[in-house]
Design a protein around this ligand. Structure first.
Ligand code: PLZ
Length: 467
């Protein structure tokens, strides 16, 4: 067992504010959370749902505290957002100071330095050393949507290519780009035109086998783009370097480089959706770096500002510079409080060496998950990189039929034991693990113990049922 990581970096404060322990003092959700859930049901539209209806009162390091005083181990990071830890002290301090100075002018009315500073940092840190420009917006969907607007403007072409299992957001355009119907699209059409979907290089389910997946999938995409759309009609390909909501599908090696080369040869812009993978999550600052991909445009959000709503499009200067003044923007885009949070996050990633730490988290988790898969044939695949790992659950005995029921049951057992895990996947059969990068090692190990225990208990329960 790797023991390079001990107590997680507590950030600039030097120590975690909250006790870094799992503590289950009521059933989960407990009575206070259940009472709040009743109020919620009466007041909040049911279209917005929650993975685990415990109402949060506090969070930090690797724990989330609920209204009943339970302390849950956090393997979700609010969907890959609180990479630097929740209420990270450096973030909290800069946010508070900025909130006391001014909270908003609207950058389009009167600008401020922090917006420029965030753009300078993104231009420096995103892949490639070419000249870049950035714009700031408020959500991942808005970033992806703006990247497509810019790509269409710069190329004068209409079509956009996306992939099976892709997730890009909930606005009309990004919902259209998103692959999965339920719950994201059902009933919300008609969708935006000129969006085309290609098969994804999904090694576990590739008909020709995982070894051939990368080159075959890239060739298939190139062929379909050429034959069905006409490469000269395509403004951009939009792809997540590891698919998030689709089930942490790590494209087969060679797929992304071949796709990028095809784009380059055909004047198609390569848009990397790094909304979930960005900011140290995968053990690189950006997941594209893993195979040396240099995208033309990068959409970022989530981890950029430690939970404050901020997102960005960063791209080649000659592309970004094309759009006329006033063509891009939004009231809140690059809000000054969120910009201060982003600057704190970037400092924290560097000073606490969170890229390295994400790698160490992967080095610790992946062997344990592989060993678990060796004991349970319902775990069909173990995948991911750094602190973005997952297991895909199947019926077992060699069958790759998705097993969403078991996935929900394991997640339920983890939640009941005080471990906040998330599910994902087109078939709802993936358990994904996204701990904050500052999580102390003992909580990481305890979380893994709880996942193992959930599988063991489930095996015992189903054996009892069938005897
Ligand atoms: N692109 C790759 O992962 C957001 C969605 C949760 P927003 N993923 C979490 C949900 O069910 O709404 C995401 C993403 C990728 C874009 C987005 C969209 O980012 O900030 O949620 O708009």
């Amino acid at each position: 067992m790797s023991s390079q990581i001990t107590d997680g970096p507590a950030g600039s404060a030097g120590t975690h504010r909250l006790p870094q322990e799992r503590r289950v003092v009521t059933e989960i959700p407990g009575p206070r959370s259940r009472a709040l859930q009743e109020r919620r049901t009466a007041a909040v539209a049911p279209g917005v749902s929650s993975v685990l209806p415990v109402f949060v009162t506090d969070a930090g390091g690797g724990v989330v505290i609920d209204a009943d005083g339970n302390s849950l181990i956090d393997f979700g990071s609010g969907i890959a957002v609180t990479n630097v830890g929740n209420a990270n002290p450096r973030v909290a301090e800069r946010v508070a100071a900025q909130a006391a100075r001014f909270t908003h002018t609207c950058f389009m009315v009167a600008p401020y330095e922090s917006y420029v500073e965030v753009c300078e940092a993104l231009n420096r840190l995103t892949p490639g050393d070419h000249d870049k420009r950035s714009i700031l917006v408020s959500s991942g969907a808005e970033a992806v949507e703006n990247a497509v607007k810019i790509a269409r403007y710069a190329t004068g072409r209409p079509a956009v290519v996306v992939f099976d299992h892709g997730y890009h957001g909930r606005t009309l355009l990004t919902m259209t780009l998103t692959s999965k119907n339920m719950p994201y699209k059902q009933g919300f059409g008609p969708y935006a035109p000129e969006v085309y979907r290609m098969p994804m290089a999904y090694p576990f389910r590739w008909p020709g086998g995982p070894e051939n997946c990368g080159p075959e999938a890239a060739a298939l995409a190139a062929d379909q783009i050429t034959k069905q759309i006409g490469a000269a009609n395509v403004a951009a390909v939009v792809v997540e370097p590891i698919q998030g909501e689709g089930g942490f599908i790590d494209p087969a090696p060679g797929f992304l480089p071949a796709l990028a080369a095809f784009c380059r040869d055909n004047g198609i812009l390569f848009i990397a959706d790094e909304v979930q993978t960005g900011f140290a999550r995968t053990g690189d600052l950006f997941a594209c770096e893993h195979e040396g991909i240099v995208p033309d445009l990068v959409a970022t959000a989530k981890g950029i500002a430690g939970g404050l709503p901020l997102a960005a499009v960063t791209g080649r200067a000659e592309i970004m510079d094309k759009v006329h003044a006033g063509g891009l923007g939004g009231t809140y885009g690059g809000n000054p409080v969120a910009c201060e949070a982003a600057l704190a996050v970037l400092e924290e990633i560097e000073s606490e060496k969170l890229v390295d730490r994400a790698r160490m988290i992967g080095d610790l988790m992946l062997p344990r998950l592989h060993a678990l898969a060796g004991r349970h044939d319902e775990i069909g695949d173990v995948r991911g990189r750094g602190a973005m790992t997952a297991i895909e659950l199947v019926r077992g005995d060699g069958s790759k039929d998705p097993n969403p029921e078991l996935t929900a049951e394991i997640a339920r057992r983890c939640h009941a034991a005080g471990l906040l895990v998330l599910t994902a996947g087109t078939y709802g059969n993936v358990l994904r693990f996204l701990p904050p990068l500052v999580i102390p090692e003992h909580l990481l190990l305890e979380g893994l113990d709880l996942i193992e225990a959930a599988f063991a208990a489930q095996t015992t329960a189903s054996a009892a049922l069938s005897s």
